[in-house]
Design a protein around this ligand. Structure first.
Ligand SMILES: Cc1ncc(C[n+]2csc(CCOP(=O)(O)OP(=O)(O)O)c2C)c(N)n1
Length: 204
């Protein structure tokens, strides 16, 4: 399995973290929040069971929730940014109310809105998203800053004993773009076909 590495400033490197979390992914379904998290997930390997968002800021967890409810036997992972999570913060309350065991939410927290010019987000001022998820009723919610916590997190995601939340403190350095297919309909259709097979063309 790939190992997540710390960068010179002691913060985890986002691409390494995501590659480690997606190693040997098996039947994992992945929703990626817009911007850098979507590029990170694609860098780990474009995959028909990835649903990277090109917009819909604030909606990643709700899309993951719908998927988790529709596919209760499959582990579902939402990988998103702190800015995107803050915009959809109410979705944590909805997940806490429904508590799907197969849903995990991982926030890559660089404390900035990276895509739009590195403006500080609330987490730069100490807002604790893991504590928020905890208070909302997630079964497990943690703030992570150490490489040694990444492999256990990957194991927990596959254990389907959630809902699970992790806020991972990462380096804010911007990485080269690794873009998924840009066409939303194509992404949706390829995801449905990979997940449902022939039923993709008849099921709603
Ligand atoms: C509703 C809406 N507002 C603003 C934007 C512009 N926008 C795109 S990505 C982004 C920042 C995302 O920040 P974060 O989720 O923290 O990810 P990062 O790139 O920092 O990893 C913003 C503000 C948008 N796409 N949609």
């Amino acid at each position: 399995m790939a190992k997540a590495s710390n960068t010179g400033n002691g913060r985890l490197q986002r691409r390494d973290v995501v590659r480690s979390l997606l190693a040997d992914r098996g039947d994992l379904l992945v929703v990626a929040g817009l911007g850098a998290p979507a590029w990170d997930v694609t860098d780990a390997g474009d995959h028909s069971l990835n649903f990277p968002l090109w917009g819909g800021m604030g909606g990643a967890v709700m899309i993951g929730l719908g998927l988790a409810l529709a596919q209760p036997k499959r582990p579902v992972l939402v990988v998103t940014g702190d800015g995107e999570m803050l915009m959809g913060i109410g979705s944590l309350a909805t997940v806490g109310a429904i508590r799907p065991r197969n849903l995990s939410v991982v926030v890559l927290d660089n404390e900035v809105y990276g895509e739009t010019g590195q403006q500080k987000t609330h987490t730069a001022y100490g807002v604790d998203l893991a504590a928020t998820a905890n208070a909302c009723g997630f079964v497990a919610a943690s703030m992570i800053a150490a490489e040694s916590d990444i492999a256990p997190l990957r194991t927990a995601i596959h254990a389907v004993d959630g809902p699970l939340f992790a806020q991972i403190k990462i380096d804010a350095k911007q990485m080269p773009l690794v873009l998924p297919p840009r066409d939303g309909a194509q992404l949706k259709n390829r995801f449905r076909e990979a997940l449902l097979g022939a039923a993709a063309h008849t099921a709603n």
